[in-house]
Write a protein that binds this ligand. Structure first.
Ligand code: RM4
Ligand code: MN
Ligand code: MN
Length: 382
């Protein structure tokens, strides 16, 4: 690779991916869970796994947490553990989708007492984030209805706005509120925050520190996600991402595995925005694939997509677009996308103290076997 790509290596060195604590633990589909040997038993071990991903990739220096899944008695102790592993706390994710009280909704529930409970949980999470040194609340609202007429769509929206306004007012200056949307599931008729438009409108009403979070798996088939990214960035309302990949629905597969071109186009829009990158978080569910290896591969795929986007010849692209040359611009994107950036990414990782080939290094280090022996010596399933 020519030295001319030094700028790409240095930009890659600044890339930070947040890995999700919930992506290390057991997960499954609604049909079953296949426990993996060596799966972390608690948040402390989830952090250890996140630290291993960062050690190998030099790019995963933050870990997003989910509450109450990651609740501990002393947040200060958790913060110290995270920092002792060379990590920092990423976004704090409240959980408004598992408590039995939320059967008909949380912040949109028809009963004010349930809304108060959900709001109180979010306010708790603001306190936890403050103690942990986190700078974001990241909300996925699972609320919705299953049948037409089940509830009043406009009333639900106003209830949601009232509750979120209370949370927003309690946010310390260094914290932002990320609002994630998802078009369906668990509700199947109407989801209260189903798309980027409803999330964006909510953010606009709340204030400038409320921004939209784009989860790549939360759109209907065929939706042009990179265009959504471009529009949100243009409005300065792009708060961040939940990276994953999908074939059919919210599949939570390894980012860049099914549709690497879409991922490249998303990074191309981020680079074109010319601003600092938004929060970049992985949100995946590794049900059959080895969890730490899946996370390492995900980070590598993100590095490669970003590197390719940095190789797009922006001046030539603009000239082609201004000349109305339909295919020249497209071919410029293909040039960048088809470039083998693996050596560049390896250089960036080595410069950051990571591994040249993180997946091979992980396998070679025997990490999976070691944690399997330490964490559950009885287990034989892998
Ligand atoms: C949802 C959504 C959220 C994540 C949960 C576990 O589908 O993507 O971001 O917190 O799953
Ligand atoms: Mn998500
Ligand atoms: Mn999801």
């Amino acid at each position: 690779m020519p030295a001319v790509h030094d700028h790409v290596v240095s930009r890659l060195g600044e890339l930070t991916i947040e890995t999700p604590s919930w992506g290390y633990g057991d997960s499954g589909t609604r049909f079953g869970v296949f426990p993996q040997a060596g799966r972390p038993r608690d948040v402390w071990e989830r952090i250890d796994d996140a630290a291993e991903v960062h050690r190998l990739t030099a790019t995963a220096g933050a870990v997003a947490l989910h509450f109450p899944w990651d609740a501990v008695d002393d947040p200060g102790e958790l913060r110290a553990h995270i920092e002792s592993r060379g990590l920092r706390v990423g976004a704090v994710n409240p959980n408004l989708f598992q408590d039995p009280a939320y059967k008909l909704g949380s912040l949109t529930h028809p009963d004010a007492r349930v809304r108060e409970k959900a709001t109180a949980h979010m306010l708790d999470c603001v306190g936890i984030a403050t103690a942990l040194g986190s700078t974001a609340q990241s909300l996925w609202l699972a609320d919705g209805t299953n049948y037409p007429g089940q509830d009043d769509l406009r009333a639900r929206r106003r209830r949601l706005l009232d509750c979120l306004a209370e949370v927003y007012a309690a946010l310390p200056a260094e914290q932002e509120l990320l609002v994630e949307y998802k078009f369906f599931e668990p509700a199947f008729y109407a989801t209260d925050l189903a798309d980027w438009g409803s999330a964006m409108l909510m953010c606009t009403k709340l204030g400038e520190r409320a921004r939209v979070l784009v989860d790549l798996g939360h759109h209907a088939q065929g939706v042009n996600v990179e265009q959504i990214v471009a529009f949100l960035a243009d409005e300065d309302r792009l708060g961040g991402f939940h990276f994953n990949n999908r074939k059919y629905a919210d599949d939570d597969l390894i980012v860049g595995s099914v549709n690497p071109f879409e991922l490249f186009l998303i990074f191309t829009e981020l680079v074109a925005a010319g601003a600092a990158l938004p929060r970049l978080t992985i949100d995946q569910s590794h049900n059959v694939e080895p969890k730490v290896e899946a996370m390492v591969l995900s980070v590598v795929n993100l590095q490669e997509a970003y590197a390719k986007a940095l190789l797009v010849d922006a001046a030539a692209l603009r000239a082609a677009q201004e000349a109305g040359d339909v295919l020249a611009g497209h071919e410029l994107l293909l040039d960048a996308f088809r470039t083998d950036v693996r050596p560049l990414c390896a250089r960036a990782r080595l410069a950051g103290g990571g591994a040249e080939d993180p997946v091979a290094a992980l396998r070679g280090a025997g990490y999976a076997d070691r944690v399997a022996a330490e964490r559950d010596p009885q287990e034989i399933t892998r």
